[in-house]
Design a protein. Structure first.
Length: 307
């Protein structure tokens, strides 16, 4: 009997310089032993937060369908064990992803779909508002795993998350939609100096809930691509641990914290002290330099099981 190869189709944004979207997700998955085929929803020179702007191209839904049809023609779509999606910029493209997912599942019914519903953060929505009802009503119910941040949870569920109980109520909303695994990658419920991550898994009689308090690093510096990194690491470790949510969350956060720490080691001291404004280039994750930490995460933060 031949060994199973985990192969991910990742549909996300791409930047020439820096680490967001597929640039943030593909390398960690490969380091952890996953084959990754990526379709780039956009190809930009750099992420959109740079002061001098960005240049590049946007893939439309017809071009996405055309690329995927080539995979189908060669029966390559039957090889995928996972679909991972992140930033999408227009409604028609998002609906085409739903069509692709259905074709993938017709070939492999056990395919796992990991949806990172990238819509915004810190109360700011940075995709067209028309995407919200499509995510809520059409995409989320198709997902096996979702990895939203707190703001995206609030957008999708309509629940204002002011307490941990609010967050668990929102998690149940996803489960009621048919999502087996919900990972709230970050929330501000941990206090002024920490974040709180929550994970819930329901599959038949198997139910797991965990919480983890995560110390903030970097004196307020916000790093781009961390959500994309979280989704890819969570996909990998949930698969490698057989959906042991406690170990999955601990390994995912261990790597995230290590990558952020490694990135901070390259940031000048006066920037870390808040004396000089941090640049977009300085906030780019040091993924290649963190290869060891991705491959062998050193767990120092532990999660708590929630009854």
């Amino acid at each position: 009997m031949s060994a199973v190869i985990n192969r991910v189709l990742s549909i996300q944004s791409h930047v020439v310089h820096g680490y967001v979207g597929n640039k943030s997700a593909v390398f960690p998955l490969q380091v952890l032993g996953f084959e990754v085929d990526n379709i780039n929803s956009v190809q930009f020179s750099n992420h959109t937060g740079y002061k001098q702007g960005f240049k590049g191209q946007i893939l439309n839904e017809n071009e996405l369908a055309d690329v995927f049809s080539g995979l189908v023609a060669n029966n390559l779509h039957s090889l995928y064990t996972h679909l991972l999606t992140g930033y999408v910029g227009n409604p028609a493209f998002l609906r085409e992803i739903a069509s692709i997912l259905k074709k993938l599942r017709s070939s492999n019914p056990s395919l796992i779909y990991v949806c990172d519903p990238v819509m915004g953060d810190d109360g700011i929505m940075y995709v067209p508002k028309e995407l919200l009802p499509i995510y809520r009503d059409e995409i989320v119910p198709l997902a096996d795993i979702v990895t939203p941040n707190q703001y995206e949870v609030e957008l999708l569920t309509g629940i204002s998350v002011k307490s941990e109980q609010d967050a668990w109520n929102a998690v149940e909303w996803f489960h009621n939609k048919g999502v087996k695994t919900v990972a709230i990658s970050s929330s501000e419920l941990g206090g002024s100096n920490s974040l709180l991550a929550l994970v819930s898994h329901k599959n038949g009689n198997n139910s797991q809930r965990y919480r983890m308090v995560i110390p903030k690093q970097g004196n307020g510096i916000r790093f781009t691509g961390t959500g994309d990194l979280f989704a890819s690491l969570f996909l990998a470790h949930s698969t490698l641990t057989g959906f042991d949510m406690g170990i999955t969350l601990e390994r995912t956060i261990a790597t995230l914290q290590a990558v952020i720490g490694k990135t901070l080691s390259y940031v000048p001291d006066d920037v870390k002290a808040g004396k000089v404004e941090v640049t977009s280039a300085q906030r780019e994750l040091k993924l290649v330099q963190s290869k060891k930490e991705i491959e062998e995460p050193e767990v120092t933060l532990h999660c708590t099981k929630v009854c």
